[in-house]
Design a protein around this ligand. Structure first.
Ligand SMILES: [Zn+2]
Length: 385
């Protein structure tokens, strides 16, 4: 298969860390980027307006969930997911391999695809690499991902190898299907930017925590006509050292001119570790999940608004934060809302936590541009010890 250009512009590097711009049919994504998770077409407790205000440039949705409910055909009839959820910036869809693995009580994997039962009503469905691409086309997302076969990071090597071989064969089929329905019309402009009239495709790299499997997966995916790469099978229970080890044997084998996205990672230290390995894109439900339990992220570490100490505290959640919550409300008020079980507290804390991560990425981009990323990473590491 012939290679294709990726609409990714690298503006600066510092060590392996990269500051770039990924162009999609719904605008520009500044990288490194944090993508809030809108699994079912909604980031929990937030509206599209909240997400624009916190500076989100790309959301992550899920093909498995949307395929089952409201269904890909329904979304196509509604004019696509962007229109349905009133979101005019980029959307990346995860293929659903992880959900088939983690949610479905029944799973039967064949060379052709995977049978699974809906976690809603037990109805039986079949995903193939081709049918997942078709579903993503109906959803209308900007970045599509290939169906992969996921296994736990600590799996035996023989099992990890088997899963990887199948993931590689499925990726070839997904890429073939993608190119049969999306003729490449990406144009590189004189200023280095790109015009992108159609959706992009990313492959998924597996290989658990085995160095030779990660290398093999990266080298195989690098040869396929893909616009970028998802690094999968990490952030599923392995240690920070194991994750760093796996990345050491992944990113050096990927073409530098294409973006890399590490799936399902969200704490500040983990994100900065990955950026130091040359990863560009991140997502995680963590900032909104912990917000609903009262946990707040700040540059000086975490705090929990349910703590008695905040009952009379007139300061904002984080001094210097420009989010809607910090601009208008005190810790005392938010503490009161939590004690009363007011749902608005979920929204207000989620706004802050997502803004915290989008600001962290903004500052990371600046640090890379100024050549001080290592020092910046060290400071963030210290705050979260
Ligand atoms: Zn804030």
């Amino acid at each position: 298969m012939t290679q294709i250009i990726s609409p990714f512009q690298i503006l600066a590097t510092d060590g392996k860390a990269r500051r770039g711009k990924l162009y999609t049919k719904h605008g520009v994504i500044n990288t490194p980027v944090f993508m809030p998770v809108a699994t079912q077409g909604c980031v929990k407790a937030l509206t599209d307006e909240d997400l624009r205000n916190v500076g989100a440039e790309c959301l992550l949705s899920n093909t498995y969930h949307l395929f089952l409910r409201p269904t890909a055909d329904f979304l196509a009839n509604m004019g696509g997911l962007h229109k349905f959820m009133n979101w005019d910036r980029s959307i990346l869809t995860d293929s659903g391999g992880f959900q088939v693995y983690s949610l479905s009580q029944f799973r039967k994997i064949t060379e052709e695809g995977v049978w699974f039962k809906s976690h809603h009503d037990g109805s039986k469905h079949f995903f193939t690499p081709e049918s997942v691409i078709e579903a993503e086309q109906k959803i209308g997302s900007d970045i599509w991902t290939c169906l992969d076969m996921l296994i736990p990071a600590q799996s035996k090597k023989a099992d990890a190898k088997k899963a990887l071989e199948l993931t590689k064969r499925w990726a070839e089929r997904a890429v073939k299907k993608y190119h049969s329905i999306v003729p490449q019309q990406i144009v590189k402009n004189e200023d280095g930017s790109f015009t992108v009239p159609h959706s992009l495709i990313f492959g998924i790299i597996q290989g658990a925590i085995y160095d030779d499997l990660r290398k093999d997966a990266s080298q195989t995916m690098a040869k396929l006509p893909l616009h970028g790469f998802c690094i999968g099978g990490l952030s599923v229970g392995e240690t920070r050292e194991e994750m760093n080890f796996a990345l050491t044997h992944t990113t050096p084998y990927l073409p530098p001119e294409k973006p890399r996205y590490l799936m399902g990672l969200g704490t500040p230290q983990e994100i900065l570790d990955c950026i130091a390995h040359g990863v560009d894109m991140f997502d995680c439900v963590w900032p909104t999940r912990v917000a609903r339990n009262g946990q707040v992220m700040t540059r000086n570490g975490k705090l929990n608004i349910k703590n008695l100490a905040y009952r009379n505290d007139t300061k904002p959640l984080e001094e210097g934060c420009d989010c809607f919550t910090c601009k208008h409300y005190s810790r005392a008020y938010l503490s009161h809302l939590f004690r009363c079980g007011e749902l608005t507290s979920h929204r207000l804390l989620s706004i802050h936590n997502i803004r915290f991560l989008t600001r962290l990425m903004q500052d990371t981009r600046t640090a890379i541009e100024q050549g001080v990323f290592a020092k910046f990473k060290e400071e963030v590491d210290k705050a979260y010890k």
